[in-house]
Design a protein around this ligand. Structure first.
Ligand code: PLP
Length: 406
């Protein structure tokens, strides 16, 4: 029998989606590093800090207390109470225990919500630039992503007019991510109000807000929570958050959703038939993170702010690049329009942001992700979740590589 005849046929679902481009870029950088190449990796979507000690210690304590079994599907009551307290304390919103779902990262929470609510022909409005996983998750759940380009002139943000135009009778969700990966754009209370004013007129549309970078914000302003701004949306809003970015806990895989009881119950049904529940020890760690000392959060924010300021200044000094200062998250998203059409010393014409990313990897040993992956070109996404000295060295290498272009 030939190999082709033996192959297990793949589903239509898997043929619609692709591996996460940021993870592909990271693997590419790691492979080159493993081959001995000197690569500064600016692809990472995770904090470079260690998880605070009191959080790690909670794992040991949970193990010693015998917390090694399945937990309730939707999370331990202790963790859900910690999440409710956090949402009340920091965001000014009140939830009951059956309105909270705990999943393996915000990623699984978003996936569960889509799997529980959308099907063929259902549309999900996604402002671009977007986090790479949103459109593919919608496709995996048989829905149709409706991508709305939000250019740099609009601050990379969805306007009320653009939202209004994107809504059709088939729209099920609008997904907002603030601060945004990759642009760092943050919706002010006024901007959020303009969007909630549109949504209140379209009762068939639900709102999903991905607040995973909530605490990595550089203006020190109060949180902006759509259900506080417009309580009329509480029955059709899912707040998504987690501990990965705020507390440097990406490997723990804890995210959560807060929303209407029926939606949360449906998400839990999906989870009960897929992963059962999240790791018991990770839930203990997340409880410690939410209930414990918060000083790490401000320290990390100050470090990211210093890195952002340095990265933006250095990138803007490179002819061909121009970089807006992000409001939050730990990425910068410079335009590379000024490099398109240039020729490398080897004679290759740089036609896309992907060409530029590959050239910077080859010629400068700096790894990043192309804007195409995030739905808006020509841009580059560089993670600043790395040391100041890495940022400085990387920018020096990029400046040299750009100077060699014709
Ligand atoms: N949402 C956004 C915008 C992200 O950038 C990421 C991770 O990169 C996630 C969600 C997923 O976070 P978690 O680790 O909680 O799954």
């Amino acid at each position: 029998m030939s190999a082709a005849a033996q192959a297990i046929p793949l589903s239509a679902r898997i043929q619609r989606i692709k591996p996460s481009p940021s993870m592909v870029a990271r693997d590419r950088a790691r492979q080159l590093q493993a081959q001995g190449r000197d690569i500064i990796d600016l692809t990472a979507g995770e904090p470079d800090f260690d998880t605070p000690k009191h959080i790690a210690a909670a794992v040991v304590a949970a193990l010693e207390a015998g917390e090694t079994r399945y937990t309730p599907v939707n999370g331990t009551p202790t963790l859900r109470k910690a999440i409710i307290a956090k949402l009340a304390r920091e965001n000014g919103v009140q939830y009951e225990i059956n309105q909270i779902a705990v999943g393996s990262g915000a990623k699984q929470v978003i996936y569960n919500a889509l799997a529980a609510t959308i099907g063929s022909g259902d549309e999900v409005v996604i402002p671009a630039p977007y986090w790479v996983s949103y459109p593919d998750m919608v496709l995996a759940c048989d829905g149709t992503p409706v991508v709305v380009p939000c250019g740099e002139n609009a601050g990379f943000k969805l306007s009320a007019e653009a939202l209004e135009q994107a809504i059709t009778p088939r729209t099920r969700w609008v997904m907002l991510n603030s601060p945004c990966n990759p642009t760092g754009a943050f919706y002010s209370a006024g901007e959020m109000r303009a969007l909630t004013d549109v949504l209140i007129r379209h009762p068939h549309v639900a709102l999903m807000t991905d607040d995973i970078y909530e605490h990595i914000r550089f203006d020190d302003g109060p949180p902006v929570c759509p259900v506080v701004i417009e309580p009329g949306l509480a029955g059709r809003t899912l707040l998504v958050n987690g501990v990965s970015k705020t507390y440097a806990m990406t490997g723990f895989r804890i995210g959560y959703g807060a929303g209407p009881v029926a939606l949360i119950a449906a998400m839990n049904t999906i989870q009960s038939q897929s992963t059962s529940c999240v790791s018991s020890t990770s839930q203990a760690a997340a409880t410690a993170a939410l209930n414990g000392d918060q000083s790490f959060v401000a320290e990390a924010r100050a470090a990211y702010r210093a890195r952002r300021d340095r990265a933006v200044a250095l990138l803007n000094a490179i002819p061909g690049l121009s970089c807006r200062s992000p409001d939050g998250a730990f990425y910068v998203y410079p335009s590379c329009a000024g490099l398109i059409g240039k020729t490398t010393p080897e004679g290759k014409v740089l036609e896309t942001d992907f060409d530029i990313v590959m050239h910077f990897l080859d010629a400068a040993g700096v790894a990043m992700v192309d804007g195409t992956a995030y739905g808006l070109s020509p841009y580059l996404r560089l993670s600043i979740a790395t040391s100041l000295s890495n940022i400085e060295q990387a920018c020096a290498r990029l400046a040299k590589a750009c100077a060699a272009l014709r």
